[in-house]
Design a protein around this ligand. Structure first.
Ligand code: AMP
Length: 430
């Protein structure tokens, strides 16, 4: 019988210390907290508010929102049923945020909702470096604005976050997908162009040719890429308003000195995008180089039941990819916290005293550790060292009698005697 368990493939534990799991380095908890708080800080500067939605969502929301024909919905959902309810572990957060916006009538408050999120997502993909089955996304949504400045602001926010971490060696790819009227015309043109080559296409692309030919544009297959060199270009088919908006977006990005590359083949893997689409790539992250992506999704709200269109734009980014980029830059990250002080006790009486003294020091705001295994003084000192405690307070029978403790500064080995009643003030002054 199997007696030990391992985490599910494609998931990982975040431990206090950095760990290596399936050949990938997973940062420790303090590093995650630091990265999350930096993200929150930058989101705050752009005046976004945090939203937290459930991990479980109705399967139909994701199927309709993300699109039946996408890889996410057709192949990668962790979905199950209980009774009459169909549940899915959310594979992304945009559709859930839009659901919450509609459900709570956030649009009735007037104005534009600017929301951000950080949390786990789930996709049944083939796990590899930078690609997991449970991963973490952060992202933002500007809901209720069709103004192209919202698109520019979302891109500015996304780039500001990576800049805050010193990740500047990135490439921003930009495209416009036009509106719902122009896209069918392009779809037909692309289909007509590819039809004579149908036998040279991969089975996946052949399927897509019928259902969703735009997705062929982001193929990684070299042969297909060569075939596409002469393909019609989306921008030549799109409507005047989308084109004008795209020009305006590029001008706004230039105003902010945000460099971009236009990529007419950028389509993104989710069906809800209209007009603006973008992706941020790292120069260093290798095969899984997409750090973040997003775009405008003016049709999503109606797709999931809104009577009114709700023009919106956002981005989503992978936390694990951000950590890969940080590792590639050699950025130092916070390590597990050391205690401010380690109490070392000699003899039963002192052990008893340490227990309540720890509480007194903790109430004064200090981070306090002591031995919980009943070990010798030497072993207690070793433990204090292992935990990187900068100071130990050593107390035995004599110290208790005189109400004075031995305080040892670990780095220098210097030892001083301090009255126990002055201990808090002394430790805080160090
Ligand atoms: P998407 O919505 O698919 O464009 O995903 C947005 C971002 O999430 C990507 O650019 C990646 O950084 C990250 N991401 C998506 N899928 C995964 C995954 N399976 N594992 C890790 N990160 C992912």
């Amino acid at each position: 019988m199997k007696t030990s368990f391992q985490n599910i493939k494609g998931t990982f534990d975040i431990l206090p210390e950095e760990t290596v799991s399936d050949g990938t380095t997973i940062a420790g908890t303090e590093a995650w907290l630091f990265v999350e708080s930096t993200i929150r800080e930058v989101m705050g500067r752009f005046n976004f508010q945090e939203i937290r939605t459930p991990i479980l969502e109705p399967t139909e929301l994701i199927a309709r929102g993300v699109g039946q024909l996408t890889d996410i919905v057709s192949k990668e959902m962790f979905a199950f049923e209980r009774g009459d309810t169909h549940y899915v572990l959310r594979p992304e957060v945009t559709a859930p945020v839009m659901r919450a916006y509609l459900q709570h009538h956030l649009g009735q408050k007037g104005g534009v909702q600017k929301l951000f999120y950080i949390g786990p997502c789930f996709r049944a993909e083939r796990p590899q470096k930078g690609r997991y089955r449970q991963f973490h996304q952060f992202g933002c949504e500007v809901i209720g604005s069709g103004d192209v400045r919202a698109d520019a602001e979302v891109i500015a926010l996304m780039t500001a976050i990576y800049r805050a971490f010193g990740i500047v060696d990135t490439k921003l790819r930009l495209n416009t997908l036009g509106d719902e009227q122009s896209r069918p015309r392009y779809r037909e043109a692309l289909r007509a162009y590819l039809a004579p080559y149908v036998n040279e296409l991969s089975p996946t692309s052949r399927q897509r040719l019928e259902a969703n030919p735009l997705r062929i544009l982001d193929t990684k297959d070299e042969k297909e890429r060569r075939l596409l060199e002469g393909a019609p270009i989306l921008i030549e088919y799109i409507d005047e308003a989308s084109r004008a908006q795209y020009e305006e977006l590029k001008a706004l990005l230039s105003d902010l000195d945000i460099r971009y590359e236009e990529d007419p083949f950028l389509v993104r893997g989710l069906d809800y995008y209209t007009r603006t689409a973008f992706e941020l790539e790292s120069a260093h992250v290798g095969a899984q180089s997409a750090l973040a992506g997003g775009g405008r999704y003016d049709l999503l709200a109606q797709e999931i039941g809104s009577k009114e269109p709700v023009p919106s734009v956002g981005f989503a980014a992978g936390m694990e990819r951000l950590f890969l980029a940080l590792a590639a830059e050699g950025t130092p990250l916070p390590q597990p916290k050391a205690p401010d002080v380690f109490l070392v006790a000699l003899g039963d009486e002192a052990v008893r005293w340490t227990f309540s003294e720890a509480q007194r020091l903790r109430e004064a705001g200090l981070r306090v550790a002591y031995d919980l295994k009943g070990r010798s003084m030497k072993a207690q000192m070793r433990e204090a060292n292992r935990q990187n405690a900068p100071v130990t307070v050593i107390v035995g029978k004599d110290e208790l009698a005189s109400e004075r403790a031995q305080v040892k500064i670990m780095a220098s080995g210097e030892q001083v005697e301090i009255a126990i009643q002055d201990l808090i003030a002394y430790l805080k002054g160090l």
